[in-house]
Design a protein around this ligand. Structure first.
Ligand code: P6P
Length: 333
């Protein structure tokens, strides 16, 4: 039984540039995760479920747990002093840590502190997503917006926490994907899934079919392909959509499958945010042997222009992504 902290240190040689800061940074995330996990597990008892009645920059009503999680991650990361700034789904602008230690830090982190938080009130699993880059602005100066607007292929680490039937932290530093399960009696994350690899194909597709009429033709054609009866390819596939990206992603990573949140007539860039949802999940998926595209091109190659920009998101097993991609091209409008 090896703990998350022991594993990060043991694998430190995999990440030669980091002289311990990344270890401390992932340690800060681990601490905040435990605090958030504790509140989620008793959300129904505390006065912490439901909405704040306030809209965030996304135009979505913030849940009380969104703000709680955002505050806890900000506090843990600032206290640990390993990042010069944070961008969060729950913050209109990026946050700069202008202390001497903050300015001398070499990493920035982008995060969705609590993805799928509306599910908390109905006791459905939710998640935290994070993405870590080395800053491109000079060390010793305050962080800049350009430090956050880097393409996903520049990430040095990414991960998620799934607060499900068990709480798991899954991360990559570019050397495979590794999963750790929290022992609630000790509050310790132990290695449970080393070198996670997604099957080349799968039989599960995850998409909100309620938006069917607004989907691009290529997506409609792919959905019909999934639903056709064809024994050699084990179709029809199974539809599984939790409404929580981290949960759908995690299941598909383990069993094979595809998750799609495409552009729609009313949302031409889709719903998911490029910087702190699509990019970290795309990095993880590619490290696990799968693919992540916007319907046409690699997510990790998109050059961001805005902090909260969105992107259509197709993510999962290679053969399923290739089929969906082919149909998006064949039926391009
Ligand atoms: P819809 C949660 O708000 C989220 O960002 C993802 O976790 C989830 O997959 C998706 O949006 C659900 O969106 O429009 O299907 O309810």
């Amino acid at each position: 039984m090896i703990t998350l902290g022991e594993y990060i240190v043991e694998k430190q040689h995999d990440f030669p540039e980091a002289s311990g800061e990344l270890t401390l940074l992932l340690g800060a995330i681990r601490l905040a995760t435990k605090i958030v996990n504790r509140e989620i597990n008793k959300a129904g008892l505390a006065d912490i479920i439901g909405s704040t009645g306030v809209e965030n920059v996304q135009g979505e009503v913030q849940q009380k747990m969104d703000l709680y999680a955002n505050d806890k991650f900000k506090a843990a990361l600032e206290a640990r002093g390993e990042v010069c700034g944070i961008a969060s789904e729950e913050e209109d602008e990026f946050i700069s840590f202008d202390s001497e230690r903050g300015c001398n830090s070499k990493y920035v982190i982008l995060m969705d502190p609590l993805d799928g938080s509306s599910n908390i009130d109905v006791n459905v699993s939710v998640g935290t997503i994070f993405s870590i880059y080395k800053r491109i602005s000079p060390i010793g100066t305050p962080v800049t917006l350009d430090d956050f607007l880097q393409p996903g292929n520049k990430q040095v680490a990414a991960g998620y926490v799934v607060y499900g039937s068990s709480t798991m932290l899954v991360y990559t530093t570019g050397n495979g994907v590794h999963g750790f399960t929290c022992d609630p009696s000790l509050g310790v994350f132990y290695l449970s899934h080393e070198n996670m690899t997604i099957p080349e194909t799968g039989r599960t597709y995850s998409i909100n079919e309620g938006n069917y009429l607004k989907f691009p033709m290529g997506v409609k054609k792919y959905l019909k392909y999934c639903q056709e009866i064809d024994e050699p390819t084990q179709r029809p596939y199974t539809s599984r959509y939790i409404g929580s990206l981290v949960s759908d992603f995690h299941r598909n990573l383990l069993t094979g499958g595809i998750y799609i949140y495409p552009s729609t007539a009313s949302a031409p860039d889709g719903k998911l945010r490029l910087l702190y949802e699509c990019n970290p999940m795309a990095f993880l998926m590619e490290q696990a042997g799968g693919k992540a595209i916007d319907g046409y091109k690699r997510i990790l190659d998109i050059v961001p222009t805005e902090l909260h920009e969105r992107a259509p998101f197709f993510c999962g097993s290679n053969e399923m992504i290739d089929k969906a991609h082919a149909m998006m091209i064949e039926y391009a409008e």
